[in-house]
Design a binder for this molecule. Sequence first.
Ligand code: GLA
Length: 385
Amino acid sequence: MDFSEKFAREYGAPPVAVASAPGRLEVLGNHTDYNEGLVLSAAIALKTDFAILPVNGDICEVRSGGEKLSFPLSALDEPPGEDWVEYIKGVLIELRKRGFAPKAFKAAIQSDIPLSAGMSSSAALEISAALAIGAAFDFELPPEEWAKVGQGVENNHMGLQSGLLDQFSSLFGERNKLILCDFRDIRVVKTISMPDNLVFVVANSMVKHDLVDSDYNLRRESCERVVKTLRERKGMNISALRDVSTREIELARDALPLRDARIASHVTGENERVERGVAALESGDVATFGELMYESHASSINNFANSCPELDCLVELSKSIPGCLGARLSGGGFGGITIHLVEADEAERYRARLETAYFQRMGKETKALVCAIGAGASVEQYPGN
Ligand code: GLA
């Protein structure tokens, strides 16, 4: 039975629209998005589906994995609770800011994206919900604005001062392609084909990655403080770390607390690595690209302090198992996932060996998977319903 049929069986009528939004992998460019920088990312072939049916009245009801939650539209402005349904309330609030008058619906969600692992299950939920609500009630926005709706949910409703990377990748990803995003201009600059003979293996550190409770927001504050200091004390005409090179951070060391300087140099270094990485991929130099992934992880350890022993262990192990060109933590960090660039022929063996070695070394299970690169978000409408 497919998802729409299941929906019809549970609610007694089929959905008017089903939106699907994938999770994402941050391939290179860590914590650059909210610094108006560059990121190379990809949508994954794991996604969240959101099916919707408008109803009369004030109550929205949403079912997911055997749970059924509901909320009245008239209580949207009450302080957020702890449930996943907050993401959907957040979407309605963000849409309302953009001129949408929230209306009631019944909805169902299904997803195969691991939760809280660093593959942006939350962005996939926000984007699938937003697109489904838009389709059900004929509310349209420019494509980039849908991404900002999702970011608004995180920033204004969930308390995470994240950038646009997750929502952007979920919307604009393309099958078998990496996308180069520029978060100054808020656009996809170009797509780069994933080399045929390589795949990403994703390994979860099994350290729960909850960015709202992590130092994510503090890191962002450090970045902003550095920009302010460079402007005020060094007279630099800049508006974000995007305008600064790693060399300039070194030259301004006297004006910056050591910790802030390190945090900033991770970001500037990542912007530079993305540029070098794109050039390497475009010239077929995948070995250099792999090295840049290792450099990125080392900078997470030494500069940005968003790694942890489990993530470091997975990256270290990658160097001793045949077939891997490079590995790094991916996403916010502080737990979550590592991504490993691996020869396709070796991928299955590599995945299994990584799981075993991780268990031997850390005494913890990891789930490693060969992660296909999928298409961006889409909506199916069923106008007859
Ligand atoms: C999380 C955030 C993104 C981005 C990454 C780090 O995934 O949601 O906006 O900042 O961390 O690159």
